[in-house]
Design a protein around this ligand. Structure first.
Ligand SMILES: *Cc1c(COP(=O)(O)O)cnc(C)c1O
Length: 467
């Protein structure tokens, strides 16, 4: 067996996958008819599938492989750590060097006075921690009735019971009896679809003020926190109008509630600064991290608390009856430390801000000239395009939402490009190390895929706007 082809033939892998593997967020009956795509190798910004086809990965896996694939240093860090001590817990008044060094390193990197870290195995787990943490925080300050967490429709905060309840995805709430109690949702700052006749600035203010209205309706004495992503990722790269975050910050400052900023996607350079909170000038009480924290090379998540929250929590909280077997897993911590070292020493975030993100922005926004595109938008290294039937009227297709997006995604795959569709939006979030030449290639492949989709739409008679 040679190393480049050390696997079963594609058809055999697909048959075994259909027989034994249940995929996340997947209609298994539909997938099993088609057969899964099997990715076998990756390097830089490119994937290779089991048939040897090369794909430019414009999604960095799932928004996570910020430093790109194939970094030997991370593999070496994992190997060294496994040999030294592969696992030990952090429950019994014990710790190990990687967890201590990573906590200190994150405190150093994180904005403002975010200085204390609670580790988890994923972003969902970290948000579950946040739910219990903020409720316990208020309870320990003798305000046990402050339990309600306000979130937003179409937000994504993970897929555990807690994470999915915080999230505002209707399809997720429809399964399994969600959301859990005392989670409330306000509407999202999604101007293109929901802004109507308002200017983006007016709309941003109006949507932010829904937070203040929700606090008034629920009662400030019952609200524990507001949680939001700086830019909604899985919801479709929804970039709020400039007026939105300053107004949210004002409302959080004027009311006794905590602000949890979910930086799982925006953290580690995605928006052109280390954290989305810096890009949008937000002062969080808690941030959630995962994904780019290890560039996806190991599963790890974290909650980082401000001094105010941590001091109250530590002084009055007693034992926090919460934690995960893999909280602060030494191998994951060692890999995250190495990932951060590389991001820093290779000045990857600075290169994004000064060179590659501006280049991507210029090209990406030009996609708005394409007949299928109603809007192109981008923040740093995350972008979206809205596929519409009627550009002038901002009207979607008559075909059920996602039909055209899925067609476009399939054309992208056929052309050697991974773009994701969210309904009829196409989104990108490439590895931060993508070069200008690779960005140019991404745009050539995207345009070809849009042309192929347009032809397909005409052939199938789908070029009709919804009423
Ligand atoms: C992916 C994501 C999560 C959940 O992270 P997992 O590691 O999948 O549990 C939470 N919040 C945001 C904003 C995410 O994008």
């Amino acid at each position: 067996m040679h190393t480049l082809d050390n696997h079963l033939p594609t058809a055999d892998l697909q048959a075994l996958d259909a027989a034994h593997h249940l995929h996340p967020f997947t209609d298994s009956a539909e997938l099993n008819d088609k057969g899964t795509r099997v990715i076998t190798r990756a390097d830089g910004v490119y994937l290779t599938d089991s048939d040897g086809k090369r794909l430019l990965d414009a999604m960095a896996g799932l928004w996570c492989v910020n430093i790109g694939y194939g970094r030997v240093e991370l593999a070496d860090a994992a190997r060294r750590q496994m040999l030294q001590i592969p696992y030990y817990n952090t429950f019994f008044q014990t710790a190990h060097p990687p967890v201590i060094e990573l906590a200190a390193g994150l405190a150093d990197l994180a904005p403002g006075d975010l200085n204390r870290v609670f580790f988890a195995g994923s972003g969902s787990e970290a948000n579950d921690t946040n739910i219990r943490m903020v409720r316990h925080y208020w309870a320990s300050l003798d305000k046990p009735e402050k339990t309600v967490i306000i979130s937003r429709e179409n937000a994504y905060h993970g897929s555990t019971l807690g994470g999915a309840s915080l999230g505002g995805m209707r399809a997720m709430h429809a399964q399994g009896g969600l959301p859990i109690a005392n989670i409330e949702h306000i509407r999202q700052p999604y101007w293109y679809r929901e802004g109507g006749d308002m200017s983006p600035a007016e709309f941003g203010l109006a949507r932010a003020r829904e937070l203040e209205q929700a606090i008034a309706r629920i009662g400030e004495d019952r609200v524990a926190a507001f949680i939001a992503e700086p830019v909604q990722g899985a919801g479709g790269v929804i970039i709020p109008p400039d007026s939105y975050w300053p107004e949210i910050q004002r409302i959080c400052d004027e009311h006794e509630i905590l602000l949890i900023v979910d930086e799982v996607i925006c953290g580690f350079g995605r928006t052109g600064k280390w954290f989305g909170s810096q890009t949008y000038d937000i002062r969080p009480d808690i941030i959630t991290l995962a994904k780019g924290l290890s560039s996806g090379y190991q599963p790890i998540g974290a909650s980082i608390l401000s001094d105010r929250v941590a001091d109250g929590f530590i002084a009055h909280g007693g034992e926090f009856a919460h934690g995960y077997t893999y909280s602060g897993h030494p191998v994951a911590c060692a890999v995250a430390l190495e990932n951060i070292r590389i991001l820093r020493e290779e000045r990857i975030v600075e290169t994004v801000a000064d060179q590659t993100a501006p280049h991507l922005r210029e090209k990406w926004l030009q996609l708005a000239d394409h007949p299928l595109i109603g809007e192109a938008r981008i923040a740093g290294m995350m972008g979206a395009i809205e596929l519409v039937a009627d550009k002038a009227g901002r009207r979607p297709f008559e075909a059920s939402e996602g039909t055209i997006g899925l067609m476009c995604r399939e054309h992208c795959f056929a052309n050697g490009l991974v773009m994701r569709h969210v309904g009829d939006k196409m989104i990108i979030s490439p590895p931060l190390v993508i070069s200008k030449a690779e960005i140019d290639e991404l745009l050539v492949l995207a345009l070809k895929s849009l042309d192929d989709t347009l032809r397909d739409i005409h052939d199938k008679g789908l070029m009709k706007a919804a009423a």
